[in-house]
Design a binder for this molecule. Structure first.
Ligand code: PMP
Length: 360
């Protein structure tokens, strides 16, 4: 079977060049005498891979020395708890901007830890857009402001960072990290599960401004303390060595495509191919308002659920996989992460036009 057009929301498509490199190195990592999965996480060969991956992330994002790059486990979901456990102190409030399903989960966990203020929400509009700056009601001395740069389920994305008047900005960038240029210096903490734009599942990248990590609360478990992982360079316990190795290969692949500027232009072209189809017809209804449209997850509906099912069946028959919307919202969703080729987006756009012609 040939490789299909993979629109999965995550785990998702990886660059074929990266998969081929993994295959070439799998049985014997050059210089290692064994596969990367079989060697000690404290070996010289692995250490070089670990450092290289960190260096590439730093380079792509232009991180200053104030930031540390960590590789953790437990998914972005564990970060919903670790962020407040580390950054929200007794008597402080954390501001959250709510624009979709993942933000809801982040807020639920933060509330278990401390005081949360909902500084903006678009829930009453079915999360069809992000919040406008004028709607955001910040707590003046908040511990941090948290937002989700791309809501994977609803397909809405922030086009610019919210302004926080000096309060540290924390972002769940799980579904758009390294997909476009980012002004990293604006952030206190960036976290993302790897399985959409960076690599396989099982690694979470956390980028944190070290000065935000004050005294560790006495009862904070060692593994949940960012400082544990900063001090040990993410080698306190055994990290996902195989995943970190692949993230390094993906970062190099992005670099070869012109870094974040280059990959950002490509991602924009892919998204435009699909939004053009949505805009030129009344057959498809996009979920997101145009100004908040995600370049990563294009969410849309057809005239009926029956037609949506037929669309999915025919798309699958045409080797376009992973187009069902999230189970919470239904409809259709095309995920267009970094590694999805432009030809796949164009193939889907052509299929959408042809399907509407036949069934309109
Ligand atoms: N945040 C966002 C924006 C996501 O898209 C996802 C995964 N779909 C998560 C958090 C949860 O990630 P994980 O499964 O790695 O815990």
């Amino acid at each position: 079977m040939a490789r299909v057009h993979n629109f999965n929301a995550g785990p998702a498509v990886l660059p074929v060049e990266v998969l081929q490199q993994v295959q070439a190195d799998l049985v014997e990592m050059p210089g290692g005498g064994m596969s990367i999965m079989e060697m000690s996480h404290r070996s010289q060969t692995y250490e070089a891979v670990h450092e290289q991956t960190i260096a590439l992330i730093r380079e792509l994002l232009g991180l200053s020395d104030a930031y540390k790059v960590l590789f953790l486990q437990g998914g972005a979901s564990l970060q919903f708890s670790m962020v407040p456990l580390n950054l929200l102190r007794e008597g402080q409030t954390a501001d959250y901007l709510l624009t979709g399903g993942w933000g809801q989960k982040a807020i639920k966990e933060a509330k278990k830890v401390g005081k949360v203020h909902l500084a903006a929400s678009t829930e009453s509009e079915n999360f069809a857009r992000v919040a406008a700056q004028e709607e955001i009601q910040l707590t003046p001395d908040a511990a941090y402001v948290h937002f989700t740069s791309n809501e994977t389920i609803q397909g809405v994305q922030w086009m610019a960072e919210p302004e926080t008047n000096g309060v540290p900005l924390v972002v769940d960038a799980s579904s758009d990290i390294l997909s476009r240029p980012l002004d990293a210096g604006k952030y206190g903490l960036i976290y993302a599960g790897a399985q959409k734009n960076l690599g396989p599942s099982g690694v979470t990248v956390v980028i944190v401004r070290e000065d935000l990590l004050g005294d560790t609360p006495a009862n904070l478990p060692t593994m949940l303390d960012y400082k544990t992982h900063v001090k040990t360079n993410s080698l306190y316990n055994t990290p996902n060595t195989f995943g970190i190795y692949i993230i390094g290969l993906v970062c190099r692949w992005i670099q070869q495509r012109g870094g974040l500027e280059g990959i950002g232009r490509l991602n924009e072209q892919k998204a435009r191919a699909l939004y053009d189809v949505i805009d030129e017809s009344t057959y498809y209804r996009g979920h997101a308002q145009p100004s908040s449209r995600s370049r990563m997850n294009v969410t849309f509906r057809l005239p009926s659920e029956e037609l949506e099912k037929q669309f999915l069946r025919e798309a699958t028959a045409n080797e376009m996989i992973g187009l069902a919307g999230h189970r919470d919202v239904g409809g259709l969703r095309a995920s267009l992460y970094n590694a999805l080729p432009l030809e796949s987006a164009r193939a889907l756009a052509d299929f959408m036009r042809e399907f509407a012609r036949r069934n309109g």
